[in-house]
Design a protein around this ligand. Structure first.
Ligand code: HAM
Length: 418
């Protein structure tokens, strides 16, 4: 029988795994420097938690199943709803903000293509307790800092504001339910569909005008103010403050795009996306914004904002732009017993060395020549030959790069290989 992996999933081989762990390490360090602490939630959740507010885009792509007690469950398609559930269940009485991060797998039954998988990883943060401009600016600055620390430069950061769009719709007396539908239309780029919507006169026109605003912050804000005319919009003022704070945080490589709608229903205010150049159709490597879920989950009127990197896409962007430096391979040292008579000594020396360094040993019973050629093909830097002729605690250390061979004591090996 020849088993294949399920459609839309991937096997990740050692070189890529090593690179992924490095990227993960860099993200963890940056998240923690900004005061976030890691959490883990279950791989599956009660279906209701996810369908409560995620929206059509997600609900159509769920891996849903019933357990043996007929509970409706689903594999998590994202981590904001689970993290907010965790907050409401476990942390709601702690001082705010709570700053939580995760690096976990998610599942969406989507049509697989390059950069779009049925199992993928997200590395994200949720700042729970504030959606003030300073909180939103910090969240965007964190995403930008993560990319800088990873050495990725070829990306576009776009920032929008659904609060401003919602304010405009409210001026035209469009209710919350219709606002969500309209925003999901916008997310799919279906502005034509808006004509068929029974919106009050002028609303569609204003909506098209405001969502086509794109460019430098000051210019977009000026035009948006004109569209909202004499109606004061706190959202617009907050947005303006957020952009001012980004500047003092050293983030200026963005454009403002009031056309960003995002595919999830829970967003309420600032929204942003990062697209990496050269990734093709699935180029969005990060998405986030301000959203409201705590109240819906019974935790009171607590705002939150955050984002998630599509970890797999981030890896692809790093591969094609700067190249991921993969370690030469582990281990650095390979122990070879010259004959079976010295096998016990070889094993003993290996276990001593493993207390300090990464060290492997010949396990296939090959002769010296074959062992050396194996070490060569595995990019191993040093071979230690255990020979009957070398007594006591001496071994032969062979440098595989230069071919140089010399006698050293076992305890000298870690220093000798540098
Ligand atoms: P999202 O935009 O649905 O937002 O997903 C975040 C990122 O996950 C996307 O930008 C993309 O890079 C990646 N992604 C999504 N679907 C796939 C897929 N099928 N294959 C590969 N990568 C994918 C959220 O999930 C929100 N929870 C983000 C957030 C956190 N907002 C506030 N806090």
């Amino acid at each position: 029988m020849n088993f294949k992996k399920p459609r839309g999933t991937r096997d990740i081989l050692p070189n890529e795994m090593e690179a992924r762990r490095k990227v993960e390490g860099s993200l963890r360090t940056t998240f923690e420097r900004f005061g976030y602490r890691e959490v883990q939630t279950p791989t599956f959740e009660n279906l209701d938690l996810i369908t409560a507010k995620s929206g059509e885009e997600i609900n159509d792509h769920l891996y849903t199943f019933e357990d043996k007690s007929n509970r409706s469950l689903t594999l998590r398609p994202e981590l904001s709803a689970p993290t907010i559930r965790l907050f409401v269940n476990e942390l709601r009485n702690k001082p705010k903000p709570r700053k939580l991060y995760y690096i976990e797998n998610c599942f969406r039954y989507e049509r697989p293509q390059k950069g779009r998988y049925r199992e993928f990883w997200q590395a994200g943060v949720e700042l729970i307790g504030s959606c003030r401009p300073e909180a939103e600016a910090e969240v965007i600055a964190l995403a930008d800092t993560c990319l800088n620390n990873l050495g990725l430069t070829d990306y576009n950061l776009s920032i929008g504001h659904l609060g401003v769009i919602r304010a405009l719709l409210s001026i035209h007396e469009v209710g919350d339910g219709d606002q969500n539908l309209i925003i999901s239309f916008l997310d799919k780029g279906e502005t034509k569909g808006l004509d068929e919507f029974s919106l009050p006169q002028g609303a569609v026109e204003d909506l098209k005008k405001i969502t086509s605003l794109k460019g430098k912050g000051a210019t977009v804000l000026k035009k948006a103010r004109e569209i909202l005319s004499e109606n004061d919009s706190q959202e617009l003022e907050d947005f303006s403050k957020l952009l001012e704070l980004l500047k003092v945080s050293g983030v200026d490589n963005y454009i403002v795009d009031l056309g960003i709608a995002r595919g999830l229903d829970y967003y309420t205010g600032m929204v942003f996306e990062v697209r990496a150049k050269g990734l093709g159709a699935q180029d969005q490597i990060c998405g986030g914004g301000t959203y409201s879920l705590v109240k819906l989950f019974g935790g009171g009127d607590v705002p939150s904002c955050g984002f998630a990197f599509g970890f797999d896409r981030l890896i692809m962007a790093l591969e094609s732009k700067i190249g991921i430096t993969v370690d030469k391979g582990l281990p650095k040292v390979f122990v070879v017993p010259e004959t079976l008579k010295v096998l016990n000594r070889a094993i003993n020396i290996t276990s001593v060395l493993r207390k300090q360094i990464s060290c492997d040993i010949e396990l296939m019973g090959r002769n010296i020549d074959k062992s050396l050629s194996y070490a060569n093909s595995e990019n191993i830097s040093y071979v230690i030959i255990i020979s009957e002729g070398v007594k006591g605690d001496g071994v032969i250390l062979k440098n595989m790069r230069t071919g140089e061979q010399r006698r050293v004591k076992v305890k000298e090996v870690p220093d000798a290989i540098g």
